[in-house]
Design a protein around this ligand. Structure first.
Ligand code: PMP
Length: 353
């Protein structure tokens, strides 16, 4: 039996402080959760580079720490403000958006704060966690086998006077806000960037942050983490379905500036989910599945380009693990997709003659 309390010590402990942390929120009140969009931390990885035989430095831009849990808070807020300034929003306005779930969650968050209705269209593969969060925020979520973007446009066209589509795939405010904020924040925090790795859904993150970083550091290598099965960049491969959400597809989106991209790394579902779990377990960063793909791509790039000490790689971790609690976070899900072996005792039972 352990006795954790030293009987000679007074309780509460005589030490003045148990831990001396500085809170950026101290001594302030805030009027809205939207004050916390952006300015996400850039965190140095301490175990993963070493464990994968790398001596370069890898830094994670923790976009999952935005209020609704993804980088999409930046673009939803910026596109909404832009539409407001353009006079496109009045008191009857409703929103419609096509999404893999993160932009939809942020549009739903913004809509509820200004007491507006929104319709969110998403594909069948996207997690129930994201769908349920959007419904909780009051969105009408349509889950479709068809193209979510085409269906969202049909809804907009049916009600042109009231329905506003922010349209992340075509709206130039999407890359622009990443140019103004994400890219700038990375440079301010780190200085020199040698490699930037991101996933491409709309391409807003890589085009915007990438442009800003390339302006300052023209030699910076821009890398796309391409899911195995996606033919956005890996055009000569055979297209097939994949489980990682939010990135990949069959063609380059309108807001993606392809000319920026120096290389792409193909990453399988298995590599992505195992790496996302490793990031959570070894670095304590509660990231999602595409983050795993992005980190796996970063490691491949670092080996390929023989990046040594003093080289800085930045990986953008777009969303968080809470979106995937019933998916890759769960051992049984990993086992059922053959991404992990069941525990030893189950294997022993299974292998019994
Ligand atoms: N990862 C996830 C989980 C996403 O939802 C998205 C956006 N769909 C991305 C990566 C890619 O971000 P972007 O749209 O800026 O290319």
């Amino acid at each position: 039996m352990f006795n954790l309390i030293n009987p000679k010590q007074k309780y509460p402990h005589s030490r003045k402080e148990t831990y001396n942390w500085k809170s950026p929120y101290a001594n302030k009140v805030h009027n809205s959760i939207l004050d916390f969009v952006g300015n996400t931390p850039l965190i140095k990885l301490n175990r993963i580079p070493k464990d994968h035989g790398l001596s370069c430095e890898i830094y994670a831009k923790c976009e999952f720490m935005n209020p609704s849990g993804s980088s999409k808070d930046r673009i939803a807020l910026a596109m909404l403000k832009d539409a407001e300034h353009g006079g496109y929003i009045n008191h009857d306005s409703q929103f419609v958006e096509a999404t893999s779930g993160n932009t939809g969650t942020s549009v739903a968050l913004n809509a509820t704060l200004i007491e507006k209705k929104c319709y969110i269209v998403t594909g069948e593969k996207n997690s129930s966690e994201k769908v349920n969060t959007m419904r909780l925020l009051g969105a009408d979520v349509i889950v479709t086998k068809k193209s979510p973007t085409l269906l969202a446009r049909e809804i907009k066209d049916a009600y042109p006077d009231t329905v506003v589509m922010l349209d992340q795939f075509e709206n130039s405010v999407n890359p622009k806000i990443h140019y103004d904020t994400t890219g700038m924040e990375i440079i301010d925090a780190l200085g020199k960037v040698d490699v930037l790795v991101a996933g491409v859904g709309t391409g807003g993150t890589l085009s915007g942050a990438g442009h800003r970083i390339k302006e300052k550091y023209p030699k910076c290598i821009m890398v796309v983490a391409e899911p195995d099965g996606s033919t956005m960049f890996n055009v000569d491969s055979k297209s097939h379905s994949f489980l990682v959400e939010g990135t990949g597809g069959s063609s380059i989106p309108i807001v993606m500036d392809k000319s920026l991209v120096n290389e792409y790394q193909v990453v399988t579902d298995e590599e992505s989910f195992l790496m996302a779990r490793e990031i959570i377990q070894k670095e304590g960063l509660f990231c999602g599945g595409s983050s795993g793909a992005i980190m796996a791509a970063a490691i491949k790039t670092a080996h390929k380009n023989k990046l040594g000490p003093g080289h800085h790689i930045v990986v953008v971790l777009p969303d968080g693990m809470r979106n995937y609690m019933t998916k890759f976070v769960t051992d049984q899900w990993m086992e059922s997709h053959l991404f992990m072996d069941p525990p030893e005792h189950t294997m022993r039972w299974w292998n019994k003659p």
